[in-house]
Write a protein that binds this ligand. Structure first.
Ligand SMILES: *Cc1c(COP(=O)(O)O)cnc(C)c1O
Length: 355
C-alpha cells in the first residue's frame, strides 16, 4: 500500500459544461499523481498534487534516448453516479512488461492500481456524464537522469494525468478506411513492438501522415520481415470475421497485447463463435474478400473500443468491407463491452472495478 500524500490546489479549474465537445486528450484535470524512483531507494514520495508543468534538465535522458513507458485506460461514470475502471490490473501488468523491456524498474501492480484509483476518486467530478464520454487515464514513466551517456537511467518519474474525453463516435459507430502499409514497418520480433513506448509511435508517424494524405484514417502494419502477415492498426489490434469465424493475429512479440483484444476474444468465445489467434497474411485476406467470405473487419482499443473498418487499401486494390457498413458482430461486441464498462449490463467476467 502506498502512503499517498495529498497537496490541495489553491483554486480549481472550470470543468467543461454538460454537452460541451471534449475531443480527446486536450483538457486536463486539477490534480496529477507523481512518484519518484532513485536507484538504491526504490519508488518514493507518492503524491497527488495540483496539475502543473514539471521541470527537467535539458540533459534528462528521456529527451535523448526515449527511455519511457506509457499506459492508457479509462474511468466511466454509470447512471447512478458509480465510478468504474475496466480491468486496471491488465494495464498494470502490461506496464511492467514494457518496463522490463525498457530497463525501467517495475511498479508493483497494486501500487499502480492504487495510484490510478486514488487519483480518479479525487477527480471523480471530472468524469463527464454525456453518453459515451469518459475520463481518459494516462500513466507513464520517464527517465530523468541528467546524463548524455547511453545507459539505463538511475532515476525515474512515474506520473498519472487525467483527461475528460468525448465519445469517440459522436453519432454512433462509424466505419473507417485503413491503409495497409507496404513500405514502412512498425516492429520486429525482438524489438519493442509489444511494449507501450513512445518510440514505437515516433517511428510510425510517417506512415500515418502518408495514409492521411491518401484519405485513410489509420495504418494497418504488416510484419517487419516479410511484409506478408498482418500485425495491427496504429493504436488498435485488428480482427477479421471470415466465413463465420473470428481471426486475429496471434501475440508474437511485435504486436501490442491489447486489453480490449483480450476482452473481445473472451466475449466472442463465450458466444460460441470460433476465435483463431494465428498468423493471417494479406493474401489470405484478399482471397477471402474475392470469394465473398470476408464478412467484417474491426479494430479494438481502449479509445474507440470497436472501430469498424469499411474500406481497406492494399497497393492498387481498395476493398470495401460489408458494403462499408457496420457488421452485426462488431455492433454486438461494442454494445456489450461498453454496456459492461458503463455498468449498464451484467459483468459475468468480473472486468468492472467499482471505485
Ligand atoms: C494501446 C495500444 C493498443 C490497444 O490496447 P488496449 O489495451 O486495447 O487499449 C493496440 N496497439 C497499440 C500499438 C497500442 O499502443
Amino acid at each position: 500500500m502506498l502512503d499517498i500524500k495529498f497537496i490541495k490546489a489553491k483554486q480549481l479549474k472550470q470543468k467543461p459544461a454538460k454537452g460541451q465537445p471534449l475531443g480527446f486528450g486536450k483538457i486536463f484535470t486539477d490534480y496529477m499523481f507523481t512518484m519518484k524512483y532513485t536507484e538504491g531507494k526504490g519508488w518514493h514520495d507518492p503524491v497527488i498534487e495540483p496539475y502543473h508543468n514539471i521541470e527537467l534538465s535539458p540533459a534528462a535522458m528521456v529527451f535523448h534516448y526515449g527511455q519511457e513507458m506509457f499506459e492508457g485506460l479509462k474511468a466511466y461514470k454509470g447512471a447512478d453516479g458509480k465510478v468504474f475502471l475496466f480491468r486496471p490490473d491488465m494495464n498494470a501488468k502490461r506496464a511492467n512488461r514494457s518496463n522490463d523491456r525498457l530497463c525501467i524498474p517495475n511498479i508493483p501492480v497494486e501500487d499502480f492500481v492504487q495510484a490510478v484509483s486514488e487519483l480518479v476518486k479525487v477527480e471523480k467530478d471530472w468524469i463527464p456524464e454525456d453518453e459515451g464520454t469518459s475520463l481518459y487515464i494516462r500513466p507513464f514513466v520517464i527517465a530523468t537522469d541528467d546524463f548524455l551517456g547511453v545507459a539505463p537511467s538511475k532515476t525515474y518519474l512515474f506520473m498519472v494525468i487525467l483527461s475528460p474525453s468525448g465519445a469517440y463516435y459522436e453519432s454512433g459507430l462509424a466505419p473507417v478506411g485503413i491503409w495497409i502499409e507496404d513500405e514502412y514497418v512498425r516492429a520486429v520480433k525482438g524489438g519493442t513492438g509489444f511494449a507501450k513506448t513512445g518510440g514505437n509511435y515516433a517511428s510510425s508517424l510517417i506512415a500515418q501522415v502518408k495514409a492521411h494524405d491518401e484519405g485513410f484514417s489509420q495504418v494497418l502494419w504488416l510484419d517487419g520481415v516479410e511484409r506478408k502477415y498482418i500485425e495491427e492498426v496504429g493504436a488498435m489490434n485488428i480482427f477479421f470475421k471470415i466465413d463465420g469465424k473470428v481471426i486475429t493475429p496471434a501475440i508474437n512479440g511485435s504486436i501490442l497485447p491489447g486489453v480490449t483484444r483480450d476482452s473481445v476474444i473472451n466475449l466472442v468465445k463465450s458466444w460460441g463463435i470460433t476465435v483463431e489467434e494465428r498468423k493471417i497474411s494479406v493474401e489470405e485476406l484478399l482471397e477471402a474478400q474475392h470469394s465473398g467470405k470476408l464478412e467484417e473487419v474491426f479494430g479494438t482499443g481502449t479509445a474507440a473500443v470497436i472501430s469498424p473498418v469499411g474500406k481497406l487499401r492494399y497497393m492498387d486494390e481498395v476493398m470495401t468491407i460489408n458494403d462499408g457498413s457496420i457488421g452485426k458482430l462488431s455492433q454486438k461486441i461494442y454494445d456489450t463491452i461498453t454496456g459492461i464498462q458503463w455498468g449498464k449490463i451484467d459483468d459475468p467476467f468480473g472486468w468492472r472495478v467499482e471505485l
